[in-house]
Design a binder for this molecule. Structure first.
Ligand code: CUA
Length: 272
């Protein structure tokens, strides 16, 4: 009896916590409303099943509790019940997975007009690279990394010379323009995650992963690393600033290209 009451309270408490909790998603600032829809579908299905199963257990505890003179009936098989449970479970699982498949297909199908931005993770900071005037990122290789070439850009690739390097500072993006985010890691697994964009992906040493999104709100959004990457993991933070086109161009004009970074360090080497 007591256990049944506790189970009912667990269900009520969980529902109240879900609907009254002050902790909810950050307001969305990208085009990925579908990802929220997918999560809501999962919440409803798992919530309904959780409520039904726990309440059913509470009911059984009451209905079939020990009473003198009553005997349990042994029922080894119930084909109808098994069929209903199997089909019901299959439909529920499919309903949770299907929206995810649709959203995932969109998540990795980058629109043709998306601008490329590279995000480089390393223990424990974020750096970025934007293609320069030519609109193309130069080749890069972790083995080319030196203090003067922090992102390992190939000095022999002409398309890399005008690449804009943003090291350990905020990344700016123009609002309303689709961005293809190319993810690279210098050392271990990291994961580029901005909660407001509803988009994240692992960064894998030796590979380039990607996703795309369109920022829909101007503002400053915090970046979290969402992959345990060593003792500094929790401090691996940064900010994406989504600007109006005008502010974005002003910021872009102040950034340093790979060529001028290399020339600057060559001058510093030559100085007495
Ligand atoms: Cu990088 Cu955790």
């Amino acid at each position: 009896m007591l256990i049944a009451a506790v189970l009912v309270l667990i269900v009520l408490g969980s529902l109240l916590f879900h609907f009254l909790s002050p902790w909810w998603w950050t307001p969305i600032a990208s085009n990925w409303g579908y990802i929220d829809t997918t999560l809501v579908v999962t919440f409803w299905i798992t919530g309904a099943v959780f409520t039904a199963v726990v309440l059913f257990v509470a009911y059984c505890l009451l209905r079939f509790r020990h009473r003198p003179g009553h005997r349990a009936a042994y029922e080894p098989e119930n084909r109808r019940l098994e069929l209903v449970l199997t089909v019901g479970t299959a439909v529920g699982v499919a309903a949770m997975l299907a929206p995810g498949l649709v959203v995932w297909a969109q998540f990795v199908q980058v629109p043709d007009d998306a601008a490329e931005v590279e995000v480089v993770g390393q223990q424990w900071q974020w750096s970025y690279r934007l293609p320069g005037e030519d609109g193309r990122l130069g080749r890069a290789d972790t083995r080319l990394i030196t203090p003067e070439n922090p992102l390992g850009i190939s000095p022999h690739d002409p398309s890399g010379q005008d690449d804009v390097i943003v090291e350990a500072a905020n990344l700016h993006l123009p609002v309303g323009k689709p961005v293809k985010v190319l993810l690279r890691s210098v050392d271990v697994l990291h994961d580029f995650y901005v909660p407001e964009f509803r988009a994240k992906m692992d960064m894998i040493p030796g590979a380039v992963t990607y996703f795309w999104f369109t920022p829909t709100q101007t503002g400053t959004f915090e970046i979290l690393c969402a992959e345990l990457c060593g003792v500094g993991h929790s401090f691996m933070r940064g900010f994406v600033v989504v600007d109006t086109e005008q502010d974005y161009q002003a910021w872009l004009g102040q950034q340093t290209s790979f060529a001028s970074l290399a020339a600057g360090s060559a001058r510093a080497d030559a100085a007495p």
